[in-house]
Design a protein around this ligand. Sequence first.
Ligand code: NAP
Length: 307
Amino acid sequence: MTKPMFDKVALIGIGLIGSSMAHAMRRANLAGHIAGYAKRPQTLARAKAVGFAHSLHDDVKSAVENADLVVLAAPVGAFAELGPLVGPHLKKGAILTDVGSVKSAVVRDVGPHVPSGVHFIPGHPIAGTEQSGPEAGFAELFDGRWCILTPPPGTDEDAVALLSDFWRKLGSDVEIMEPKHHDLVLAITSHVPHLIAYNIVGTAADLEAVTQSEVIKFSAGGFRDFTRIAASDPTMWRDVFLNNREAVLEMLGRFNEDLSALARAIRWGDGDALHALFTRTRAIRRSIIAAGQDTEAPDFGRKPNAE
Ligand code: NAP
């Protein structure tokens, strides 16, 4: 067997993303040793039962020590606490990266704790599910998905190339971006859609004239597709909104204006305006399928009578 890409990889956080990385690293023989850290003993016990890590740690020091690659895979709100815990134990020449869903806040919270001689390259795999925890991971999660890296200016090019190669071997395509631009793009492609889903499911839950059992019974009309997104991890998503405040509020402003225009078109019976928008949005769906980012099977491939 060929030598793995890294002798030791430390995963700080071993939920959906951390455990999926471990499975995908094993699939492609990318790490000689995978060390996992989580804060709660029950998470470590659950990870042990699944068995994707070579060692599990209840202290950051022993997990990080001597690692060639350290991946922060905890909720973004934990990074301010993790930066000073991880920083002092990073070895010279190591790469420190993360998988957080926002990037400017990671640069702000972790950047100051990275010692010189360590390559700090924040990252974000655009892949996920509504599941969380160490049992949720699977090796194929990153296949055919994008991973965005946001190296600060002046980052060692060989380190960026090595981390890019690592993500390609995990199954992803890699794109390099500025952190601020990443946060704006993800605000509209991921963060605002999640907020809309949380909101519509919350509104339905609070209705009085329509009962909750009716909402559930007739959910196949479209509502249930929002519930999948609205079932995503509450801690992770709280942290995303608190740490990408500016970009989310900017996109939400645009969204509210467009929603008002739609409401006006409905009120005044402007069918042409509605039809024109719905035609444009259909084309976007077709482009997503053409780009291989979703299935073209009707109803996401659900069995016709599954409802
Ligand atoms: P997850 O399944 O909930 O796992 C989070 C992990 O972090 C757990 O192992 C948790 O264990 C640990 N953790 C929580 N608080 C911590 C703290 N204060 N210090 C150290 N570890 C802590 O979450 P996930 O979906 O893998 O998300 C991890 C990161 O990936 C997040 O930053 C998220 O923004 C990003 N991301 C998520 C998705 C997605 O769709 N889920 C996609 C792309 C990127 P303990 O609670 O025991 O510590």
